[in-house]
Design a protein around this ligand. Structure first.
Ligand SMILES: Nc1nc2c(c(=O)[nH]1)N[C@H]1C(S)=C(S)[C@@H](COP(=O)(O)OP(=O)(O)OC[C@H]3O[C@@H](n4cnc5c(=O)[nH]c(N)nc54)[C@H](O)[C@@H]3O)O[C@H]1N2
Ligand SMILES: Nc1nc2c(c(=O)[nH]1)N[C@H]1C(S)=C(S)[C@@H](COP(=O)(O)OP(=O)(O)OC[C@H]3O[C@@H](n4cnc5c(=O)[nH]c(N)nc54)[C@H](O)[C@@H]3O)O[C@H]1N2
Ligand code: SF4
Ligand SMILES: [Mo]
Length: 709
């Protein structure tokens, strides 16, 4: 079947949260699609990174799911859509009858559109449960918690645009934008650096970001290479340095007294928390020279505009909320919020993780972060939906997995791969075995799909339209080319069909735009938007009324807290739940690389990306290599209390001594077999960034878990 229309369509890159515009050119046959640059795309001006350029490679990959599959006697067989839908509806009804609605868990997908996640969370709530979540839980849940509590909104306070134009100090802690948000780095951070901005990077690992800010050949930039999990003492040392200097020389204005007085509360608590704080001991604990910390503190405190960028190295800890709170503390005491070029800015991960959260695919909030246990908020949404929403927050996705086979009997997973992405993966797999019924709706046969009873083949990013929201709250439209496989369906279509079969009404939509029209009724920050108004530029939220242009930066006048004040809350060091000991003497931390993406379902299937990085590796410091007899390039066994993987060693000074660093991208050496599933108490995010590990050489390859010890 030949494509009728071969005009290129303007859409958004399906990988990261920067939200670059790209064009997709259809070829002769469906699936024969090519990347084309979109020269004046709003976020990236036509620039793209290696993943954006290779994104079309996976659209017609031979592994694509093409037909519904049903598991019978342990084997998958092709089924009709009718049979698949009947099975899903029967099983969802049975589970609700036998165990109640809270026995189901629903996973939304930050790889899918706002409209689709909106419908998924509506479906879960109509079913009678708030057990609905998305990958933000494993990602920026702690950041969002801290930002919402202390500033108001769980999103970047500023936009990439005002940061490029106004920022003097770019403080990057636990993020590696040159690889994970490459166009944010090249189009915005590097431009700011060329205009004179200073970069301070806080990370145990040297990476492309470290190397990229050497572009102007000055030595004003700094890399503070700390021990994983010591971000609180490091920031406390920075804050204490600023407070002490201010006490001695208030005329230098390192603390912005007027801002603290008028716009914040809790300053005294911070001062008290750090009363007697020993900066020297803290520096030693972090493994960073004190004079470097002091120099960084001075640069930040004396900048006209300083902006913090925060990533997974901060959020993915059992103390993730406190880590980010301490960044907020630093920003508030120096008055670096509420102006262009400042703020506390999480670089959001997936192409639509911001939107997936905005539209309410989380267990404690409805669309626009309205709390499910706030009667007024719930009633306003119920008035549009026409059914009652349960008033207790549900379980998060990692909690749902923890309860699998216990209080959770069934899962509906749209576009997530928890068997690879959740911590302590061997235990996740054991628990998933005990589930009565699992639906996986994906574009590829994932590790998680092996546990499914029904697999539904979705169309991919290039084949359907809708909206996605990028890291700086810009809502943009995606536009489709023709479907590649006739028998696949759009996620939206699948959810409408399942919802209509289950509930009769409330899920009858033909087009994403119709869903958007309902969504904006219950999502005040999107209320002023329409598909027409979004056009090609998109609109930043909040956009309450049709005339609003959206805000480039938040909190100019006041914060979105109950009393309008920003909250300063002093925090104390909490070491990771698992620290090195004689048996497991190394700290294992994980992070990403430019060429691969999350659990690798798309990137490892892309020939271009795989050619550059065909397999996983573990970075080992030369001193540790010598200690454990590791040769560069040799395969080693990396082991934690929970499992082991076989992986190639890279001996390099990029990593700190005593720390080993690997990636979560490859199924054959899945890092999450090793990670610890301890959670931050409040945000429920797992501690992916610190576990105790050992390295062994000369063993045969094995991916199996050792017996529990
Ligand atoms: N190429 C690529 N881009 C991506 C993704 C991808 O998989 N590949 N994924 C997307 C997603 S979902 C997300 S959430 C973002 C994530 O983007 P980032 O936040 O940049 O993610 P990570 O690489 O996981 O972690 C960032 C850094 O934290 C450091 N780190 C580890 N432990 C600590 C610590 O204790 N303290 C500090 N300060 N730093 C530490 C790591 O060395 C790493 O350099 O990227 C998005 N973009
Ligand atoms: N060790 C370690 N583990 C980590 C992290 C870490 O830093 N270290 N980071 C965590 C973070 S930040 C994140 S965000 C999570 C990510 O965890 P996941 O969200 O589970 O990982 P992804 O690989 O992004 O999974 C997305 C799935 O969506 C599917 N998909 C793609 N497009 C579509 C579509 O259009 N429709 C449908 N239905 N499906 C689609 C993909 O094939 C894939 O299976 O991993 C977490 N895990
Ligand atoms: S920076 Fe992110 S959005 Fe832009 S092309 Fe690269 S992966 Fe895609
Ligand atoms: Mo993420």
């Amino acid at each position: 079947m030949a494509s009728e229309n071969r005009d290129p369509v303007k859409t958004i890159c399906p990988y990261c949260g920067v939200g670059c515009g790209i064009m997709v050119q259809p070829g002769e046959e469906p699936g024969d699609v090519r990347f084309m640059p979109w020269g004046d795309a709003p976020v990236n001006d036509g620039r793209i990174c290696i993943k954006g350029g290779a994104a079309t490679e996976v659209v017609d990959h031979e592994d694509r799911l093409t037909d519904p599959l049903i598991k019978e006697d342990g084997e998958f067989r092709e089924a009709s859509w009718e049979e698949a839908y009947e099975r899903i509806v029967d099983e969802l009804e049975r589970i609700r009858d036998e165990h109640g609605p809270d026995a189901m868990g629903f996973f939304g997908s930050s790889k899918t559109m706002n409209e689709e996640n909106y419908l998924l969370q509506k479906l879960a709530r109509r079913y009678g449960t708030n057990n609905v979540d998305n990958c933000t839980r494993m990602c920026h849940a702690s950041t969002v918690y801290a930002l919402r509590t202390s500033l108001g909104a769980g999103a970047m306070t500023n936009s990439m645009q005002d940061l490029r134009e106004e920022t003097d100090v770019i403080w990057i802690q636990g993020a590696n934008p040159a690889e994970q948000h490459p166009i944010a780095n090249s189009n915005y951070f590097r431009q700011a650096v060329l205009d004179g901005a200073t970069v301070i990077q806080v990370d145990p690992h040297a990476n492309k970001t470290t190397r990229s800010f050497k572009i102007d050949e000055t030595d004003r930039h700094q890399h503070l290479q700390l021990e994983p999990g010591t971000d609180i003492p490091l920031l406390n040392a920075v804050i204490k340095t600023i407070l002490d200097h201010h006490e001695e020389s208030p005329e230098d204005g390192w603390v912005d007294e007027a801002f603290v007085e008028e716009r914040t509360e809790g300053f005294d608590h911070l001062v008290e928390t750090l009363n007697g704080f020993d900066v020297e001991a803290a520096a030693e604990e972090c493994g960073v020279p004190l004079e470097d910390i002091e120099r960084a503190a001075e640069a930040y405190a004396t900048a006209d505009n300083a902006a913090i960028f925060t990533g997974m190295g901060m959020s993915q800890h059992a103390c993730g909320v406190d880590n980010v709170q301490n960044e907020i503390n630093l920003a508030l005491i120096t008055g670096n919020v509420g102006r262009p070029g400042t703020g506390v800015n999480p670089l959001r991960g997936q192409n639509n993780v911001q939107g997936t959260c905005d539209v309410g695919a989380m267990p404690n909030v409805l669309p626009d972060y309205q709390l499910v246990d706030d009667d007024e908020a719930r009633e306003s949404v119920e008035a549009v939906w026409g059914f009652e929403v349960p008033d207790e927050p549900g379980l998060t996705n990692v909690e749902i997995s923890h309860e699998a086979g216990n209080s959770i009997h069934g899962l509906y997973i749209m576009g997530e791969n928890p068997i690879m992405s959740e911590p302590d993966a061997n235990r996740v797999a054991e628990r998933f075995q005990k589930l009565e019924f699992v639906v996986v709706q994906d574009i590829f046969p994932t590790e998680t799909a092996e546990f499914a009873d029904v697999i539904l083949p979705a169309t991919s990013w290039a084949e359907r339209g809708g909206t996605v929201t990028n890291t700086d709250r810009r809502v943009q439209r995606m536009r489709p080319v023709e479907k590649v496989h006739e028998n696949t369906k759009h996620d939206l279509e699948i959810l409408c069909e399942v919802g209509t079969r289950l509930f009769g009404e409330g899920f009858s939509f033909d087009e994403p735009e119709e869903v958007f029209e309902e969504l904006r009724q219950v999502c005040p920050s999107y209320h002023g938007m329409s598909y027409d108004r979004l056009g090609e530029e998109g609109i930043h939220w909040p956009c309450y009324e049709p005339g609003d242009q959206g805000d480039l930066y938040l909190y100019e006048e006041s914060f979105d807290t109950d009393n309008g004040l920003g909250r300063i809350i002093g925090v104390n060091h909490q070491p990771p739940a698992e620290v090195p000991d004689d048996e497991y003497p190394l700290i294992l931390t994980t992070g990403r690389i430019e060429e691969h993406y999350n659990t690798g379902t798309m990137s490892t299937r892309s020939p271009t990306l795989n050619r550059v990085k065909p397999e996983n590796f573990v970075d080992v410091h030369p001193a540790d290599a010598e200690r454990y007899g590791v040769e560069d390039g040799e395969y080693v066994t990396l082991r934690s209390r929970r499992g082991e993987i076989r992986v190639k060693a890279q001996v390099t000074e990029d990593i700190k001594e005593g720390v080993v660093w690997t990636t979560p991208h490859f199924a054959a050496s899945a890092a999450n077999k090793l990670t610890n599933d301890v959670l931050d108490e409040r945000a429920k995010i797992p501690e992916y960034k610190a576990a105790a590990a050992e390295i062994e050489v000369g063993l045969e390859s094995t991916d199996a878990a050792p017996a529990d010890d």
